[in-house]
Design a protein around this ligand. Structure first.
Ligand SMILES: Nc1nc2c(ncn2[C@@H]2O[C@H](COP(=O)(O)OP(=O)(O)OP(=O)(O)O)[C@@H](O)[C@H]2O)c(=O)[nH]1
Length: 302
């Protein structure tokens, strides 16, 4: 059987519906990821199967960071996720139309979008009248040459299957990126990483810039029914390390405790959580990150 596989980057303003759409696309098995985690920052949002195709949805963290001016390098890094993806889907909220935020994305697309497969999905169509949809579609397509336009309601499910089938058909032929039996495992690690990330964000507020990521390094099921989970918090600069650790390690301790409790409650069993802070200057480097997640890479990809 010929299989297809690849990455689909979902871009759009905060609240555009990226999480809701991913939920719909990946189905019940993986949707737990985004139900639990409100604002997804994980690099991989979920994996969907459609016929013979495996669609890996990836995120573009930091593309929008209100209150923070992004420098060029950061913007470039944030766009990296989209640039490396096989397909990019821009989600625009039907009732909000071309906001200044959408303008910014369109400008970004003009720079990186040439020769790439970029689709437009107008979301929340349940909120507007069809005439408004048509003029918005026209206006957006005048601004960028989208490969295809979809009208969807991620929440109600309208148009989602058509988008999914189209994405599957656009992906390059190749072996699946995740072995089938690993797909079920993936979300749990992601959930765990996301929990820790959320605790970090809550605790550090704006103190730390967004370039911080959490990865679940290992997950070990123990005979006594508990789980040992090792995570690494990657920061970009040495100085950030101290902030995460806190005075005499007080911050990381509190974060670890809060995250462990939540994970424990979520799993319904005991969890031993071990956190480590490491500096990784270019953590957005796709190839490195993906290969650490155990992914195989085809030649020339990421
Ligand atoms: N009416 C309506 N609401 C929707 C639809 N899709 C998403 N929403 C709502 O829009 C809000 C934001 O959706 P999310 O999926 O969290 O948006 P997001 O883009 O993932 O947001 P961030 O992760 O914060 O960037 C939620 O309250 C959703 O329920 C839709 O098709 N129709």
């Amino acid at each position: 059987m010929t299989t297809r596989a690849g990455f689909v980057a979902l871009i759009g303003e905060p609240n555009a519906g990226k999480s809701t759409l991913t939920n719909r696309m990946v189905g019940a098995k993986v949707s737990i990821v985004t139900h639990k985690v409100q604002t997804t920052r994980a690099r991989i949002r979920g994996v969907a199967l459609e016929g013979d195709a495996q669609i890996v949805f990836v995120d573009t963290p930091g593309l929008f960071e209100p209150k923070r001016r992004l420098d060029r390098a950061m913007v470039a890094a944030a766009w990296g996720g989209a640039a490396d993806a096989d397909i990019t889907v821009l989600l625009v909220e039907a009732q909000r139309g071309i906001t200044p935020g959408v303008e910014t994305i369109l400008e970004g697309l003009a720079e990186i979008g040439k020769g790439r497969t970029i689709a437009l999905a107008i979301n929340k169509i349940d909120r507007v009248k069809s005439e408004a949809l048509l003029s918005l579609t026209e206006a957006l397509n005048e601004r960028f040459d989208f490969a295809q336009t979809f009208m969807i309601s991620a929440e109600k499910g309208h148009g989602v299957q058509a988008l999914r089938e189209w994405l599957a058909g656009q992906l390059p032929e190749g072996p699946w990126l995740y072995p089938e039996d690993q797909i079920a495992d993936l979300p749990l690690r992601m959930i765990a990483a996301e929990m820790t990330r959320e605790k970090l964000t809550l605790r550090l507020h704006q103190e730390l810039p967004y370039q911080l990521t959490v990865e679940t390094e290992s997950w070990e099921e123990r005979k006594d029914g508990s789980a040992r989970v090792d995570q690494i918090i990657y920061v970009m600069r040495d100085g950030h390390k101290g902030i995460v650790l806190g005075n005499k390690g007080s911050t990381i301790k509190a974060i670890s405790q809060a995250s462990r409790e939540e994970l424990s409650e979520f799993l319904g069993r005991k969890v031993h959580l071990f956190l480590q802070v490491k500096v990784r200057e270019n953590w957005l480097n796709e190839a490195e990150r993906y290969s650490e997640m155990g992914l195989d890479f085809r030649d020339g990809k990421a």
